[in-house]
Design a protein around this ligand. Structure first.
Ligand code: ADP
Ligand code: MG
Length: 559
């Protein structure tokens, strides 16, 4: 039988392919399963468009069989199969996609699910195998053909026997090397986990013979292993289901199946967008802070699927930093992927999706704040810091977007309140939104600086988080009300003039003040009589932009 060479450019491409396009060897299985699914889709399409045929979904499946002894892994499908010409054209020429051609020929428009388009996925099989054999019988033909290749040299093709329409892809798995354990690709548990990871939502069953245990007949507690055929994938992804069919429990199960967290989600957001860009997404706001959340190790991101096939584990571009706590996934058919599917070619669609998602999350949080205050407080306790950081970060670029999500502890309510809450009960004569900074609420309560404002009956926000005042300085005002620290020189409050004797007092005490200033040295700028104190003999006030607490934080930072 004559060996046919791959086309010249294909040779080089194949080398490149095997050695560098994919970063994870395990994706070969995703590629072969995607091709099998495409082949069944094509069958479906043929049967849909031909009245003499009926498509019976139950008859279609993909089967993965491993034989450890022979080091053989086989992926079979009941799809449309390939003729001799198709085997030559589609597998003999790299970067030729029979699927893309099929879509064009049949004028299949968007929305149809065929995954293939680049004509390289198949060759990823050579990353894990020395010999690849394809046995295929095309729909409408009674002949079958065997295509075989060891990689770069070329391939052979010959007639063979096959009972039913469809394709078997047979891989001779490589021997282990020092850096790579190819044996894994013959292990039941590994194959199952790869299928679950990348191909869980392929819409046809992916079957495997798996070993299970059962109580031996006639005994009470003796077990025996037996082999049974099981479907490994869950097929219909939850995000394609109708929201009305799904319960909270369904979402919670999905959350834990996906290992998004060990907690229960506080809130889920299910999006089915059908506008300028089509996508489905299921997002979660976790209840607890992930253990590494406020560390450098924490990686934000959403899982990204293209048409039900996992492309990226953590797509960072989909989430702004201030919502980095959100977990979940996005599936879109509108993404243009690059050849390895590991990166996206344009990020225009991705940007659109990201913007959309950002707004939905915000909307959901605002709703929670308004209608489920307890939940929101819980959320805010865990992730409020991140929102405040978001206000401050990027020169305050996102402050307008985030400001109505902020909460602070209120002197009046003795609990967290939003800025809207505060504004809505401000007396008319109150000019500013007052805040006081300190280590704990108890300490702030004892601050002499809050006396005057409290006596006026004004509400004060207590800042105990390092980031609070920084965020507020960036915000500057909320709904045209300026923020004002209770320790600032001018409080905008007219003191109730009793007798105007301060000048006198100043003169009377001038010697005392001189002495105090000498002792304190450059720790203070000035020592003066204050009109704002009621029950305390003395307090510190600041003159410039930075408050005493901010100076403390800045001084404590390295550099
Ligand atoms: P793509 O899937 O991007 O088109 P591949 O390299 O994965 O590229 O596959 C090349 C072509 O080979 C496919 O487009 C398809 O025409 C054909 N092919 C591969 N696997 C199968 C299969 N299991 N059944 C039928 N045709 C297949
Ligand atoms: Mg493919």
């Amino acid at each position: 039988m004559a060996m046919k060479e791959f086309k010249a450019e294909s040779k080089r491409l194949l080398d490149m392919m095997i050695n560098s396009i994919y970063t994870h060897k395990e994706i070969f299985l995703r590629e072969l399963i995607s091709n099998a699914s495409d082949a069944i889709d094509k069958m479906y399409y043929k049967e849909l468009t031909d009245d003499s045929l009926t498509f019976n979904k139950e008859n279609h499946y993909i089967k993965v069989i491993a034989d450890k002894e022979k080091r053989i892994l086989k992926v079979s499908d009941t799809g449309i199969g390939m003729t001799k010409e198709e085997l030559e054209n589609n597998l003999g020429t790299i970067a030729k996609s029979g699927s893309l051609a099929f879509k064009k020929e049949n004028e299949i428009k968007d929305g149809y699910d065929i995954i293939g388009q680049f004509g390289v996925g198949f060759y990823s099989a050579f990353m894990v195998s020395d010999v690849v054999t394809v046995i295929s019988r095309a729909f409408g033909s009674d002949k079958a053909y065997k295509w075989q290749s060891r990689g770069t040299e070329g391939y052979t093709i010959e007639e063979c026997e096959k009972d039913s329409v469809g394709t078997d892809i047979i891989l001779k798995i490589k021997e282990n090397t020092e850096d790579e354990k190819y044996d894994e690709y013959l292990e039941e548990y590994k194959l199952k986990s790869i299928i679950k990871k990348y191909s869980d939502f392929i819409k046809y069953p992916i079957k495997m013979n798996v070993t299970e245990s059962r109580i031996k007949e006639g005994t009470e507690n003796e077990y025996e292993d037996y082999i049974v055929e099981r479907t490994i994938n869950s097929m219909v992804p939850i995000w394609r289901k109708n929201k009305t069919e799904l319960t909270d429990e369904d979402y919670e199960n999905f959350y834990s199946e996906k290992h998004y967290g060990f907690d229960k989600p506080l809130k889920h957001i299910h999006i089915s967008a059908d506008g300028a860009i089509r996508y489905n997404a299921i997002l979660f706001i976790p209840e607890n802070i992930p253990f590494d959340y406020y560390t450098k190790e924490y990686e934000k991101g959403l899982e990204l699927y293209s048409n039900g096939v996992l492309i990226m584990n953590k797509c960072q571009e989909l989430l702004p930093d201030y919502f980095s706590f959100v977990k979940g996934m996005v599936d879109s058919e509108d993404l243009s992927l690059n050849i390895s599917r590991e990166m996206l070619q344009h990020d225009r669609q991705l940007k659109l999706i990201a913007k959309n998602i950002k707004n939905k999350i915000k909307k959901e949080l605002v709703n929670m704040l308004k209608n489920e205050r307890d939940k929101y407080e819980k959320f805010y306790k865990a992730f409020g810091r991140q929102l405040k950081y978001g206000v401050y970060d990027k020169f305050g670029m996102n402050k307008d977007f985030l400001q109505d999500l902020l909460m602070f502890y209120s002197s009046k309510e003795k609990k967290m309140v939003s800025l809207d809450d505060y504004i809505s009960r401000m007396p008319e004569d109150q000019k500013y939104i007052y805040y006081a900074v300190g280590e704990t609420y108890e300490r702030i309560e004892k601050m002499p600086q809050i006396e005057l404002v409290s006596e006026k009956g004004y509400e004060i926000l207590y800042f105990t988080d390092d980031i609070d005042e920084f965020a507020i300085k960036v915000l500057m005002n909320y709904k045209e009300k300026e923020f004002k620290s209770v320790s600032s020189g001018d409080l905008g409050i007219e003191p109730e003039e009793s007798e105007d004797k301060s000048d006198n007092e100043d003169n009377e005490n001038i010697k005392l003040f001189e002495k105090m200033k000498n002792i304190l040295g450059n720790k203070v700028k000035d020592v003066r009589v204050s009109k704002r104190l009621k029950n305390h003999p003395v307090c510190l006030a600041n003159d410039g932009e930075l408050s005493i607490e901010m100076e403390k934080i800045l001084n404590s930072m390295p550099n």
